[in-house]
Each structure stands twice: as C-alpha cells, then as structure tokens.
Design a protein around this ligand. Structure first.
Ligand SMILES: NC(=O)C1=CN([C@@H]2O[C@H](COP(=O)(O)OP(=O)(O)OC[C@H]3O[C@@H](n4cnc5c(N)ncnc54)[C@H](O)[C@@H]3O)[C@@H](O)[C@H]2O)C=CC1
Ligand SMILES: O=C(CO)COP(=O)(O)O
Length: 325
C-alpha cells in the first residue's frame, strides 16, 4: 500500500516519517520551501525543525503525484481540506483524515466533507493524543483509527502501525472526530486558566466539565460515549490541556495574560484549530440545544465580545446542578 500525505505541516511531516518506515512515502506540501528544504537537507525547517527525516520521504508540491498512491493521509488545516481534496487527482481507495476541526461554512464534520469531495473513497479517521514532535522522535504514542469497515481499517493499520505507534481500531467515525475537534476549543480555555493564574484545581475542573460538554455534543451527533472517553477524546483532551506544546493551549495562555486574539493570531504560520472550531461548534450546539458554556466563553473571548473577567464571572455564577452529564 503506497501512502501519500497531504499537508507538510508538523503533523503531516511526522506522519510521513512514520509511514516511510514501511516504504517510500509521498509528502505533498503547499509551500515550495517545505519541499525544497526536505529535498536539500532532509529537514522540514518551516514546520518541524530539528528532526532528521527519512530518505524514504519524497517531497512534492504537485498534487498530481498523489495519483500513484493507494491511501492518502489528509493533514491540511480543517478549513482548507475540501478545497485541497477537490484539487487533487481523482480519489484513492482509502482516505485517512488526520486533521481536527469542523468546517465552518457547512457545519460538517470532516468525514462528511471528505465523502462529498471524494465519493467512493473509504473515509477513515486517525486521531489521538499525538504531539507531532514526539511522534517524529519515535516516542511511544497510541491513537484511534475509526472506519466503518473493519477489514479496510485493518489493512491500513498493518501498513502504518509500529511498536511505538500503536493504533486501536474503532467503528465510531463521528465519535473519533468530535473528540479531536472539541478538545482544541477546551485547550484554549485551559490555556486561559494558566495565563490568568487561576490554579490547577480550576484546570482540572475545566477538563472534567469540558469533557461533559464534549460528551453532550458527541452523543447528540451519534458518537458513542466509550469513544469520547478514549484516546481520540479524553486522551487528547488531557494532553492538549496540559502543555504549552499545544498551539491551542498557548493561544489561550496569551488570552489569559490579557492579549488580544487578533494580535496572537496575526502572522502565525502554524494553525490553532480551536480558534476556527469555536464559533461553528457554538453555532451547532445552540442549534441542537446542547449546552456548552465553556465553548461559548472561548468563542466570546476570541471574538473580543467579552474579556477574561466577564467570561469567568459568567461561568462561576452558573446555577449549581447535579454533576451528571
Ligand atoms: N501538530 C500536531 O501535533 C498535530 C496536529 N494535528 C492536526 O493536523 C492538522 C494540520 O496541523 P499541523 O500539521 O500541525 O500544521 P502546522 O501548524 O504545522 O502548519 C500549518 C499547515 O497549514 C497549511 N496551510 C496554511 N494555509 C493553507 C491553505 N490555504 N491551504 C492549505 N493548507 C494551508 C500549511 O501548508 C501547513 O501544512 C490540524 O488540523 C491539526 O489540528 C493533529 C494531531 C497532532
Ligand atoms: O492535536 C494535537 C495533539 O494531539 C496538537 O495540539 P495543538 O494543535 O493544540 O498543538
């Protein structure tokens, strides 16, 4: 099975590094400088500096080259996925979605977008607690591969899994996606807690109540609770809410320190998906009658509609209720 990776950011590059252990792997990047730096120095100096890359990664900026691959790992930012897939040559047998987000314009989860852009391809979701630099360094990592047809997922797993890259199978595609999308918004909230010095009790409370929001939203979208409590949900939530290695957490930390979202987002080349997911997630939750007060707080902060004190006051004055989800 020949693998092509679409997106030469940090995560696409780390995934190409994993896939290249099983054979030549194509890595498509939008930026000429990414492909040129990998070809010349075996390093993605723009998005994953300091990691020596395998000779088996073949960089390209020509989407047409992907036609030689049996499976594509799609690792573009969520808002750009549809456009890139529509520009790609035909569709492969398997399409593995590795990005985390919800398409803002349509309100669709990415597997829905991919099925529209690539009818006929078998669409799967690969997601979990996976900082790119750790995976690229070969550190132990576990993640979920969700697909409707187990035999197809099994074939992909056989090609990609390694002792330090443990892939667990699931048939809950929506569940695997909801966890990754929602946790990015909650990581921004945890960053705010850190930046504002609200303490570790507050962060733990936010992770637990944020998980309740993720669960409510996921169940409303047909996800299973066990998936949300697994690697792609709770696992990734805990990782991203605990470390400035997370771009979402770092963005929130800046907000908590009193900086403006526009200033923090300006000129950044890396993506903090939670900033794009928050408004659409809030819109969907409100339309479906799902309560997500932390998500709404992050959305208001990012949009500059409220400051940290205002959203904190709002969250802390909510009625006291039973804990159940
Ligand atoms: N970095 C990580 O540790 C992980 C990231 N992810 C997800 O992977 C996805 C990609 O993130 P990273 O690889 O970290 O990216 P990155 O932040 O390292 O790099 C930015 C990426 O965005 C692309 N980009 C910017 N504007 C674009 C446009 N107009 N059209 C198409 N692509 C454009 C760039 O080419 C580059 O690949 C995101 O959805 C992220 O949530 C998932 C797991 C881990
Ligand atoms: O999704 C990630 C780890 O699983 C990466 O998180 P950030 O996008 O916040 O850096």
């Amino acid at each position: 099975m020949k693998i092509g990776v679409i997106g030469g950011g940090a995560w696409g590059t780390a995934l190409a590094q994993v896939a290249s252990q099983g054979g030549e792997t194509l890595l498509w990047s939008r930026e000429l400088e990414v492909a040129a730096s990998i070809a010349a120095t075996r390093e993605n100096t723009l998005f994953l500096p300091g990691v020596p890359l395998s000779e088996a990664i073949r960089p390209t900026t020509d989407l047409a080259d992907l036609s030689e691959c049996d499976a594509w790992l799609v690792v573009t930012p969520a808002q750009h996925m549809r456009r890139v897939l529509e520009a790609a040559p035909g569709c492969p047998g398997a399409l593995l979605l590795c990005s985390k987000g919800i398409e803002e314009a349509s309100g669709q989860l990415l597997h829905q977008v991919a099925r529209e852009a690539c009818p006929g391809a078998s669409v799967m979701v690969l997601s979990g607690p996976t900082f790119a630099h750790e995976v690229a360094a070969g550190l132990p990592t576990a993640l979920t591969l969700a697909a409707e047809i187990e035999a197809e997922a099994e074939a992909v797993r056989t090609r990609l899994a390694r002792p330090a890259f443990r892939i667990y199978l699931s048939d809950d595609v929506a569940g695997a996606e909801v966890g990754g999308a929602v946790k990015n918004v909650l990581a921004i909230a945890c960053g705010v807690v850190e930046g504002r010095g609200l303490g570790q009790n507050a962060r733990a409370a936010l992770i637990a109540r944020g998980f309740a929001e993720m669960t409510r939203f996921g169940l409303a979208r047909g996800a299973r609770a066990e998936t949300l409590a697994g690697l792609s949900g709770l696992g990734d939530l805990v990782l991203t809410c605990s470390s400035t290695s997370s771009r979402n957490f770092s963005l929130g930390k800046g907000l908590g320190e009193g900086r403006q979202a526009a200033e923090l987002m300006a000129d950044r080349r890396t993506v903090a998906e939670g900033a794009f997911t928050a408004p659409v997630l809030r819109r969907l939750a409100e339309a479906e009658g799902v309560e997500m007060p932390i998500v709404a707080a992050v959305d208001d902060l990012l949009a500059g509609r409220a400051d940290v004190d205002a959203v904190l006051g709002r969250l802390l004055s909510r009625p006291l209720r039973p804990e159940r989800t």
